[in-house]
Design a protein around this ligand. Structure first.
Ligand SMILES: *Cc1c(COP(=O)(O)O)cnc(C)c1O
Length: 360
């Protein structure tokens, strides 16, 4: 069977080049006579893979030296708890900006660990907008301000970084990290589950400013204390070695594509042409405020939802899969991460126009 265009929100499509490299190296990595998944994480071979991945990531994002990069497990959902467990002791609670389901989940988990304040909330717009920053009620003594730069389900993305003064800014970048250049130094902590735009599920990246380490609540599980993981180069216990290796190949691929400037240009172009197709039709609709539409996740509804099932079936027959919207919002969603080639977006647009012509 030939490969399909996979628009799944995550786990998501991977670059073909990465899959081919994994296949070529699967049984014998670098003349070691073994697969990466069979290697000791303490051995020389894996140490070189781990170090290369980290240095490529640092180079891509321009991560300053006073930030640590951690390669952890547990997904972004574990970070919903680990961020407050590691950071809350340094202030009077934390401020959360709520722009969709993922920030709501982060908030609910944080509430288990301390006093948490909603600084702004776009629920009234059914999460189709971002609350105006001048209306956010930020508290100067907070341990951190948390927000979700790309709400994967609603397709709402910040195209700017909030200004929060001296309080550390914490971001769940699960579905947007590496989609464009980033001013890492404006953040206190960035986290991301890998399975959207980074690599296989099982790996979670944390990029954290050094001065925020070492303040975990005493009952924090040792393996989830950022300081401990930083002191052990993310190998306090066995890390997700294979996912770490594959993410490293993605970083190499990104560098060969021209880095994050080139990705941003491609991502903007892919998103713009898809939104243009939606907006110029009376058949499809995207409800999100045009100023905060996501480059990564493009939700859309059909004017006649009774055609949804047929749309998904015919799309799948045309080799376009993973388009069903999240159950909480319905309709369709096309996730068009770095690894989705422009040809995939073009094929989707052609299919959408053809479907509209036949059913409008
Ligand atoms: C997918 C996603 C999550 C959940 O990630 P897990 O790895 O399944 O825990 C959290 N936040 C955002 C923004 C996501 O896209």
């Amino acid at each position: 069977m030939s490969r399909v265009y996979n628009f799944s929100a995550g786990p998501a499509t991977m670059p073909q080049w990465v899959l081919d490299r994994v296949r070529d190296e699967l049984r014998d990595w670098g003349g070691t006579g073994m697969s990466v998944m069979e290697m000791s994480h303490r051995g020389e071979a894996f140490a070189s893979i781990a170090a290369q991945a980290q240095s490529d990531l640092r180079e891509l994002l321009g991560i300053p030296d006073h930030f640590k990069v951690l390669f952890l497990q547990g997904g972004a959902t574990a970070q919903f708890a680990l961020v407050p467990m590691n950071l809350l002791s340094q202030g009077v609670g934390a401020d959360y900006v709520i722009t969709g389901v993922w920030s709501e989940k982060a908030l609910a988990e944080a509430r288990r660990y301390g006093e948490v304040h909603v600084a702004a909330d776009s629920r009234a717009s059914r999460f189709t907008t971002i609350p105006a920053p001048e209306k956010w009620s930020l508290r100067p003594g907070s341990a951190y301000v948390h927000y979700t730069p790309n709400e994967t389900i609603h397709g709402v993305e910040f195209h700017w970084i909030p200004e929060v003064g001296e309080v550390p800014l914490v971001a769940d970048m699960s579905s947007t990290l590496l989609s464009r250049p980033l001013e890492v130094e404006r953040f206190g902590l960035i986290y991301a589950g890998a399975q959207k735009n980074i690599g296989p599920a099982g790996l979670t990246l944390v990029i954290v400013r050094e001065d925020l380490l070492g303040h975990a609540f005493p009952d924090t599980p040792t393996v989830f204390d950022y300081q401990v993981q930083a002191d052990h180069d993310s190998m306090y216990n066995t890390p997700p070695t294979f996912a770490w290796y594959v993410a490293g190949l993605v970083f190499q691929w990104l560098r060969e594509q021209g880095g994050l400037e080139a990705m941003a240009e491609a991502n903007r172009r892919k998103a713009e042409k898809l939104y243009r197709t939606i907006d110029s039709s009376g058949f499809y609709r995207n409800p999100v405020d045009p100023g905060c539409r996501s480059w990564m996740n493009v939700p859309f509804v059909l004017k006649d939802p009774s055609l949804d099932v047929m749309f998904l079936k015919e799309a799948a027959d045309a080799g376009l899969v993973g388009l069903k919207g999240h159950r909480s919002v319905g309709g369709m969603r096309a996730s068009i991460y770095n690894a989705m080639p422009e040809a995939g977006v073009d094929a989707l647009i052609d299919f959408m126009r053809d479907f509209e012509n036949r059913h409008a």
